[in-house]
Each structure stands twice: as C-alpha cells, then as structure tokens.
Design a protein. Structure first.
Ligand code: URA
Length: 196
C-alpha cells in the first residue's frame, strides 16, 4: 500500500469490526510512536488501563517497561510501541488464534510503514504470533533475522510485576538491544582498537 500512513492504519484499527474483541472494547489501542522509529516494541494485548486510555503500556507493565528503557538509554518518545492484538481480551485472557490472525495485517502494515531496524518482541504471545516461536524463556536475549527483518526477543514486562528477578532480565536485555542498535548504526565502531 504505497500511501499507507500510521494515522490511516490507526483509524482503521479504531473502527475495526473483524473479531469478537471489538464488541467489548472501550478503546482500540493502535500503538503510539514515531514513523521514524528505529525500534518497534510488540507486546501481547491491551490491558484495562490501555483499554481505558487507548494507549499502549500505560499500566503496571508499562511502568516496568519505561524503567527498563530508561536504564538502557532508549527513549520512549523515539520508538513505536504496539501489541499483537489491538483490543483488550476479556479478563486479560491471552488472545485467541482467530483474534491474532485478524489483527496481524495491522501489525504488518505498521512494520512496513516504519521499516524499523529491529523489532523487540515482548513475551511469548508476540513471539509465537510473529515468529512461530515456542519458548520465550529459552530464547530471550537472542537476536533473530527472519525474511530480512531483525528481531530481538525478551520477556513480557507484565511477567516482571511479581517476579522481581525478571526485571533485571528485562533491563539487561534492553541494554543489549540498545548496544545492537548502536552496532547497526555504526558498523565500523565494533570495539576494535585502531593500531597506529
Ligand atoms: N500488556 C501488553 O501486552 N500490552 C499493553 O499495552 C499493556 C500490557
């Protein structure tokens, strides 16, 4: 779609009738951030706070994500944050297969419009939906290339709400993600000392 824009995609998401999640939402949550973003973060689905505000990651999981991003030197204002599904599942259950597949074209359009350097996959639902991954616990911290797109895998911030050790895991992973972005931007700057 040559004239696709983030605004056009968002307005389609806001009026989307494609799956049953549309019936009970207060607000769809298309995502937010810059078209120039180098990183797209993809979570699972909006929760209660996100459904009320129409914005991604604004509740407890969002606060954990914000802290981890800040510690890694990643500015929220410079990335794009969205979810695998854009409407809240009832009682915060995991999104179902038909919901993920109805919503996937929106995520694909957001990705192709932004053309990020890396997609940061947050948690197992996004991992299995986007890449067919089986275990985020086993694979977190890894960088993957698939069909010319780089992906970085980490745990979902909500998993770190009650498991404090996962906060350090998330923070460490995002630090490595920021290093990877620096490597992509400065391929010459690979900790090689110039010998003169
Ligand atoms: N959990 C998610 O996966 N996404 C949000 O936006 C908030 C909580």
């Amino acid at each position: 779609m040559p004239d696709d824009s983030l605004e056009k995609i968002a307005s389609e998401i806001i009026g989307c009738p494609l799956c049953k999640l549309s019936r009970n939402r207060k607000n769809a949550v298309p995502g937010e951030g810059q078209v120039s973003a180098k990183i797209i973060f993809v979570g699972e689905a909006p929760g209660k706070n996100e459904d009320e505000q129409g914005k991604p990651f604004v509740g407890a999981a969002g606060r954990i994500l914000n802290i981890a991003m800040e510690k890694a030197g990643i500015k929220r204002s410079e990335v794009f944050i969205t979810n695998a599904v854009k409407c809240r599942p009832p009682d915060n259950r995991a999104p179902e297969a038909d919901e993920l597949s109805s919503c996937r074209p929106y995520l694909e359009r957001q990705i192709s419009r932004i053309s990020p350097k890396i997609i940061c996959v947050l948690g197992g639902t996004a991992y299995s939906s986007i890449l067919g991954g089986k275990s985020i616990t086993a694979d977190r911290g890894k960088l993957i290339r698939s069909k010319g797109q780089k992906y970085f895998l980490t745990v979902h911030p909500a998993a770190a709400i009650y498991n404090k050790s996962l906060r350090a895991t998330l923070e460490n992973d995002l630090f490595n993600l920021s290093k990877e972005i620096q490597r992509i931007e400065n391929p010459d700057n690979q900790s090689i000392l110039d010998y003169t």
